[in-house]
Design a protein around this ligand. Sequence first.
Ligand SMILES: O=P(O)(O)OP(=O)(O)OP(=O)(O)OC[C@H]1O[C@@H](n2cnc3c(O)ncnc32)[C@H](O)[C@@H]1O
Ligand SMILES: [Mg+2]
Length: 199
Amino acid sequence: MKIVLASANKGKIEEFKKLLPNIEVVAYSDILGKFDIDETGFTFKENAIIKASVVNEKLKQLGVKDFIVISDDSGISLPILQNEPGVFSARYAGVNASDKDNNKKLISKLDELNLENTPAFYTACITIIYNDLIYTVHGFMYGVAINKELGENGFGYDPLFIPNGFTKTLGELDFEVKQEFSHRSRALNLAKKVLDVIL
Ligand SMILES: O=P(O)(O)OP(=O)(O)OP(=O)(O)OC[C@H]1O[C@@H](n2cnc3c(O)ncnc32)[C@H](O)[C@@H]1O
Ligand SMILES: [Mg+2]
């Protein structure tokens, strides 16, 4: 049984592989080739279900057997910005924005408000599809977003985010620290319980 990850985000794929060391995890593009999935949902859950459903259907069309599809839709939300960027985190600075572009935009928003830091939280919704049945779980991570990038570790908004209880950003902290409490680890811990029951 393998897990097919309905993600094209290298940072996420790397994290899922580290978080599921005893299971074969492959990115959908390894089996289906590269293609974009339109995330037309307005919630993390809607988008996670869209991503997992598209990959599940294409795997079935290809006649692939014995697989579980897992997707992750995630993002950072700042209450002071009415929870922006939220589900638009990946394209905050535009459709083909890089992590750097997105971080630069978020920093400019804090600068406009003359804020060096402000509360922020990450959401991860993980959807599991197995034998066409859909299961979704959520995980959250709370902290503050700052108006500068610190550190090179992780991906995405990590260099701007200081988790509650820490003084360093996720860009400065090791993944081993992040995996203890990240939105993705928490959601995946719930997803593993679902897998324990359905497999
Ligand atoms: O949809 P897939 O193919 O999974 O890849 P994506 O990068 O588009 O993923 P999302 O649509 O879920 O958007 C997630 C955004 O939130 C950011 N993000 C999510 N989890 C993160 C984490 O653990 N650390 C830093 N940034 C994160 C990430 O950089 C993206 O900009
Ligand atoms: Mg995406």
